[in-house]
Design a protein. Sequence first.
Length: 214
Amino acid sequence: MIVNYQTELEKYVLSHIDAEGDYLYNLYRATNIHTVHGRMASGHLQGRLLKMIVEMIRPKNILEVGTFSGYSAICMAEGLPDDGQLWTYEINDEMEDFTRPWIENSPVANHIHFIIGDALVEAPRLGIEFDLMFIDGDKRTYVEAFEKLMPLLRPGGFILADNTLWDGHIVDHQYDHDQQTQGISHFNDFIAKDNRIEKVILPLRDGLTIIRKK
């Protein structure tokens, strides 16, 4: 019998961490059934990590770029203190009918502001200094998002950039001309040389980069 150790390890990890809970389980299942790219949702392991990071940092204000189905927003909001708030932007208005009910019916709805629009345009208009940002939008414009949002981040604040290993495509030459792969690769190269920040890439799921503004 051939054993897929990667799959077995994933099962082992998920059975030894906090449960995601029924609401998030049902959201993740619905996302995979009713949306074209269901695997884009953070899922159990990354979701529990996002919550824990929020609990560690104790941010008052969080900005998320790319809501998708709302899974990651709900996970981060679970970790917020009572006065904490999260603004999440989704540029694809076709997601609103699916996502808004899941956010508004969640136990942490009072912490979440869900906006359909371009975070790079709308977030600076809020006049808010953020403690934590989660970038999970258009991979082709990660560098642009980083540069436009950095001024909104407090010194010592954190940025989490998702999908920075891009399913391994960044080291697969078959994808050298793919625009999204190019966007991620450019972003990784860009921040690697940026002395304004500290950074580390976690090979978790599809790659998660943790960035701290000096």
